[in-house]
Design a protein around this ligand. Structure first.
Ligand SMILES: *[C@@H]1O[C@H](CO)[C@@H](O)[C@H](O)[C@H]1NC(C)=O
Length: 92
């Protein structure tokens, strides 16, 4: 009886410790390459760090980054339509 309990305990510990890894993955669905897309998108940005930061937020939500460094937002309606708290376009 003791052995069964120990086995159950070990199994549940393994299950619990394996859970967070799969739920905290950066891009659980799609694996869209936000990093490289945003780097290209922000190539000409004045404040590159901020550009990449906002681009990353939008990209993770939309799984899409327009091509080129400006414009082309019609390629990504979700990206185009995201606004900040002031109602201005959020994504670079
Ligand atoms: C749109 O994307 C192309 C490359 O795909 C880029 O050359 C161009 O500068 C971008 N922006 C506009 C406004 O055309």
């Amino acid at each position: 009886m003791k052995l069964v309990l120990t086995t159950l305990l070990v199994i549940s510990l393994i299950l619990i410790s394996s859970l967070p890894k799969s739920t905290t993955a950066q891009y659980p669905s799609g694996d869209y390459p936000c990093d490289s897309k945003c780097k290209a998108r922000c190539e000409a940005a004045g404040v590159k760090k901020r550009c990449i930061n906002y681009c990353g937020i939008c990209c993770q939500k939309c799984k899409c980054v327009p091509s080129g460094t400006v414009g082309n937002k019609s390629e990504c309606p979700c990206y185009r339509d995201m606004v900040n708290s002031k109602g201005k376009p959020k994504c670079p």
